[in-house]
Design a binder for this molecule. Sequence first.
Ligand SMILES: Cc1cc2nc3c(=O)[nH]c(=O)nc-3n(C[C@H](O)[C@H](O)[C@H](O)COP(=O)(O)O)c2cc1C
Length: 487
Amino acid sequence: MTESQRLLLALVLTLIYMVWVGVLLWRHYLPKLTKKPINQGSFLIAYASQSGNARALAQQYADEKSPQHSVVVTPLSELSLRHLANTQRALFVVSTYGHGEPPDNGRAFFMKLQNAVKQTLSLQALTFDMVALGDSHYTHFCGFGEKLFQLLEQCGATAASALTRLDHAKGETGKSAVSFATGNTNTLVLEDRQQLNKMSPNPLFEIALSGHNATWEAGDILDILPANSEQDIAYWLNSHNINGDLEFDYQDQAWTAKRWLTHRQLNTPSTASSPVAILTALPLVATRSYTIASICEENSLKLIVRQHKQDNGKLGLCSGWLTHHVHCGSPIRAKIKHNPACHIPILPTPLLLIGAGSGLAGIRAQFAKFSQSTISPRPTSIWLIFGERSPNNDDVLEQVIDVNHAATAIRVDKVFSRCPKQPRYVQDKLMQSAEEIKNLVLKGGQIYVCGSYEGMGEGVHQALLDILGEAQVQHLIDQQRYHRDTY
Ligand SMILES: Cc1cc2nc3c(=O)[nH]c(=O)nc-3n(C[C@H](O)[C@H](O)[C@H](O)COP(=O)(O)O)c2cc1C
């Protein structure tokens, strides 16, 4: 073959590849930019959810309603104002994220509604109810639900009932709480627990659980019903002068005081007089969410858990239980929560995985998914930016991820905030790599972030706003190319 024939062949092959990538991207992103038509006569259940709670609750309401009504369930990101204006009955199930802000799949809709109010949009045909999910530890408790409720009323919609607020801090998770109370959950078993950073004052553990028929995808979350330690239960019984062997019936089930207290909030003050009334007034403990660190094909559900110490020196309820109190072989009551916002689509484009601390869990799961030999099409490259505290004590990445074993081009940047020579956070690394980030986005790349919202999640978001601008970041959110699992 002559030189010019070789050149021509290379050109033709490149063209074919570009067309193939173009078709894949077009097929993937076009549906996200065009809203599906929604049957106007249906009962609309619209949700906005960052980590899946509001979505799961919306689905439960839909399952309950669907025998009598034609029901449409949709995220707010798929709902147009035109459809809403022609809808007569709707239920909104929305959580709050950030500092009183909408979740990512409610943000664009909320901005459109805010603008529409100024342009006198009429929602007079609409009667709605709203369930707002939030957590009263936050300053703006159910802040997004409140704002959305007001905006809908300003547009002329009629509220059929007052805003219902569900407080995660009080264990109020709507219908899904019922299944924990009645035991309708996955019972997993603790198989193994290893501290990854043996010399660190901030212990980080890898925890392996097993469970029959448990299935999940990278990006999913495990909601765990934590248990009180035996010492805390004994202390509570003693201080309330109640015998742990006291037997009683509650909702047709036989209990002993000790067993009942396993999953109850022990610090709840009570005015009840009889021991049974005091016991049954205690609410169920609030569930804790952990990003699953493995993929189903590994046959082990792994978590990466930071052991938290409270100001009084005691270990955090769930992290203390998982990393210290619970014995191997013990059952763990938990539910796998599907989190489609973090099911990263498989596309032949670059993938940037960003995480810090226990956010390593999400990175590990995504990496396991994208480095599987059978995956197709492959990301053109995987870039991993991981942050921890001390390079001496917390350099744990390679213990949980085999970065040399990926079938695609891989780049790893590790940064340490307590590095004496060069202290840096992941957001600093992003700012330093601004041109490469722009390039990655230009090539259709996707970004996944996992770890604490305060500090890391906010810092990464601000860095992306600084590098790409607000419109581009919103565009990434709308196209579901920016996946946030920050907690
Ligand atoms: C990063 C982050 C920020 C949050 N900010 C608020 C807030 O400002 N106000 C509030 O009431 N709840 C806040 N929450 C609590 C969530 O709304 C609550 O956990 C809810 O159940 C999450 O539902 P979702 O999984 O549908 O997003 C926040 C949760 C996270 C993880």
